[in-house]
Design a protein around this ligand. Structure first.
Ligand code: LMR
Length: 394
C-alpha cells in the first residue's frame, strides 16, 4: 500500500540546507534557512532562555498534561506581547501550537471549518509553506500583488487593486512585519487602506507574525497587527516564538482568534481546542513555559529584550553595510532598498541563473528567488556577497 503513495517534492528551503551541508568548500556562506546567526555563525540559546531553563529544571514538579489549548498564562503573556492592550481579553480565543507553522495551519483549518468556500488571498510572493499547506488542505488561493521586482518595494497600488476582488467570507493572509521572503513592508498608512478594504468587503484578516522584534522593535513590529486587530471585527493572528526567543526546535507558537464578541469567542475557543485534539492533542509546553516565565519576570524580560535589541541592531548594521558596499561597487543607488528592508530577509532581485552562479562560483547559498538571510552574513562576508552579486551581473 505504501508503494501507492505519491512522491513529494522537497521543500525548497530545506533542500537548500542539505545542499549547503554537502558542499565541501570551507569558505561557503549559508544565507538560506531563516535561522538567526551571530557573527560567528552560531545560533545561540538566548541568555534569558538559559536562565528560565535553569529555574524550570529546579522548580518544575510535573510533566503531566496542561490543557488542550495550552497554558492560559502563555496566552495572556503572548496576547500582551503581540496586541498590547488594544483588544479586550474576553475577545481573544487562543491555542498554543507547535511553532508558528502550527498556528498558521490551525488558522487555515479554522477558516475552512467556518467557511468551506473561503478563498485565501496570499501575497505574491509569500513563504512557500503557506501555499503548500493551503494546497494540502484543498483551499482555493488568490495571489494579490505585493512585491514590485523593479523597485524591490511593496507594490501598494497593485495590492490595493487586487484586494478589491475580495468577497465576504474570504480570508486575507498578511505578514505582520518583516515580510518573508522579500523584506519589503507596508507603511502604517498603507495598512489603514488595507483595513478599509478588508472591512468594507467583510473579509477575515489572518496575520502571520513570526519575526516580531527583528525589524524596528517589539512594539513597532506589532503596530500593524494591533491596528488590524483593533479595527476589524475579527482577526486571526499566528504568532511564533521560534525566532525572537531563539527556541526553534522547541516548537512554540500561538494562534489567537480575535472575535467580535464574547459568545463568538467561546465558540472559537471550543473549535481551537477541538482542532488541537484532532491533530496532536496537547501542544508542546516546554518552550511556551520558558516564554511565559521570561515575559512575566521583570529581570528575565529586560535581559531578553536587551539581547533581542542587540540581534536586531546587528542585522540592521549588516543591511546598511551591504547597501553601502553595493553603492560603491555598482556606482549606483539601485541596491539602497536593502537598507530600507526589515527583518531577517531581503529579496535581492537576482535571476535564478544569477543565484546559481553565486552558489557555484562563490559558494554563496540563497533561496532560488534570491532571498537572503541577512543574519547569515558577518562584516567579513558582506563584501564577498556584494562582489559576487556584481560578478553575477545582478
Ligand atoms: C524560513 O522561511 O526559512 C523559515 O521560516 C524556516 C522554514 O521553516 O522555512
Amino acid at each position: 500500500m505504501l508503494n501507492d503513495l505519491p512522491s513529494q517534492a522537497e521543500d525548497k528551503i530545506l533542500a537548500l540546507m542539505a545542499q549547503f551541508r554537502a558542499d565541501p568548500r570551507d569558505d561557503k556562506i549559508d544565507l538560506g534557512v531563516g535561522v538567526y546567526r551571530n557573527a560567528h555563525g552560531h545560533t545561540p540559546i538566548m541568555r534569558a532562555v538559559k536562565s528560565a531553563e535553569t529555574i524550570l529544571l529546579e522548580t518544575q514538579e510535573t510533566k503531566s498534561y496542561v490543557a488542550l489549548a495550552g497554558d492560559p498564562a502563555f496566552t495572556r503573556a503572548m496576547a500582551d506581547l503581540v496586541l498590547g492592550d488594544v483588544v479586550a481579553q474576553n475577545r481573544i480565543a487562543a491555542a498554543a501550537t507547535p511553532g508558528g507553522t502550527g498556528a498558521v495551519r490551525l488558522a487555515f483549518d479554522l477558516v475552512r471549518m467556518a467557511n468551506p468556500d473561503a478563498r485565501v488571498f496570499v501575497p505574491g510572493p509569500t513563504w512557500p509553506n503557506h501555499l503548500s499547506i493551503l494546497d494540502y488542505l484543498g483551499m482555493p488561493t488568490v495571489t494579490y500583488r505585493y512585491f514590485d521586482s523593479t523597485t524591490c518595494e511593496v507594490d501598494v497600488a497593485g495590492l490595493l487593486e487586487d484586494m478589491g476582488d475580495l468577497r465576504a467570507g474570504d480570508a486575507v493572509l498578511l505578514h505582520g512585519c518583516c515580510h518573508n521572503p522579500t523584506g519589503a513592508n507596508l507603511a502604517l498608512t498603507d495598512w489603514q487602506a488595507v483595513i478599509d478594504i478588508i472591512t468594507t468587503k467583510g473579509a477575515l484578516p489572518i496575520i502571520d507574525i513570526a519575526y516580531q522584534g527583528f525589524g524596528d522593535g517589539l512594539d513597532d513590529d506589532a503596530a500593524a497587527t494591533r491596528l488590524v486587530a483593533s479595527s476589524c471585527p475579527e482577526t486571526l493572528i499566528a504568532a511564533s516564538c521560534s525566532k525572537n526567543f531563539g527556541i526553534y526546535r522547541e516548537r512554540t507558537g500561538l494562534l489567537m482568534a480575535v472575535s467580535n464578541d464574547a459568545s463568538s469567542c467561546d465558540l472559537a475557543q471550543g473549535n481551537l481546542a477541538y482542532l488541537n485534539r484532532q491533530t496532536y492533542s496537547f501542544p508542546p509546553d516546554h518552550g511556551a513555559r520558558l516564554v511565559t516565565m521570561i515575559l512575566e519576570d521583570e529581570t528575565l524580560r529586560a535581559d531578553w529584550q536587551a539581547e533581542l535589541a542587540n540581534m536586531r541592531a546587528g542585522m540592521l548594521s549588516l543591511r546598511q553595510q551591504l547597501a553601502s558596499e553595493l553603492r560603491t561597487l555598482s556606482n549606483s543607488d539601485r541596491f539602497d532598498f536593502l537598507a530600507g528592508h526589515r527583518g531577517m530577509f531581503s529579496r535581492l532581485g537576482a535571476s535564478p541563473e544569477q543565484v546559481a552562479r553565486m552558489r557555484e562560483d562563490h559558494g554563496i547559498y540563497m533561496v532560488g528567488d534570491s532571498r537572503i538571510n541577512i543574519a547569515g552574513l558577518n562584516t567579513d562576508t558582506v563584501p564577498v556577497l556584494a562582489r559576487a552579486m556584481i560578478d553575477a551581473g545582478v
